[in-house]
Design a protein around this ligand. Sequence first.
Ligand SMILES: Nc1nc2c(c(=O)[nH]1)N[C@H]1C(S)=C(S)[C@@H](COP(=O)(O)O)O[C@H]1N2
Ligand SMILES: [Mo]
Length: 200
Amino acid sequence: MGIISRGFSGRHGATDLKLPPGQHLTTDFPVLSAGPTPHVSLDRWEFRIDDGTDVLRRWDWKSFRELPTENITIDLHCVTRWSKLGTSWEGVSLDTMLADVKTDASYALVRSYGDYTTNLPLNDLMNKQAWIAFQFDGKDLAPEHGGPARFLVPHLYLWKSAKWVRGITLMHHDRPGFWESLGYHNCGDPWREQRYSGDE
Ligand SMILES: Nc1nc2c(c(=O)[nH]1)N[C@H]1C(S)=C(S)[C@@H](COP(=O)(O)O)O[C@H]1N2
Ligand SMILES: [Mo]
């Protein structure tokens, strides 16, 4: 408890700076899934970017894994109040995925195998803010944590980091995803404590 209570006492330990309001630290890695874990074999896996009408880009696992990858160390903040700091991942940045996409859309709906969705402004997916990760801690991403590949959008609550991703739909008008339509905040910035739809 020593490290955690320092944060609450208002002294400036290293953890104060990294823990958003109302969060506590955990060292294990909880699994939070709204339904069963979908199992997608790599030879059937694909990721598509569409605009609601046309498919703009499409990757199978082989072409996805030929994209340049990045190693990132990020903090995870779940709206159920646990945070896990300094997690290590390998993935492809959304900047890479979106590089050749010409669009005037402003929003994205991220889609998963198993039908989970979450919505984000397109701006939140660009400029080194979002990745599609396929390794955690140097190993292939476990199915329960979103393998073969999941979104990581570490500056927002973890429900925005869709597991088992299969594509994004680019949209001119925002549209709530799964948790966003059930009363969670549309944006989900943990530093502003945007947990539920009534929060600022
Ligand atoms: N496809 C899908 N992605 C999902 C979820 C889900 O139920 N389905 N849960 C979200 C929530 S609420 C959280 S907190 C994180 C949990 O990720 P973890 O299970 O790897 O900790 O995944 C997010 N991504
Ligand atoms: Mo969550």
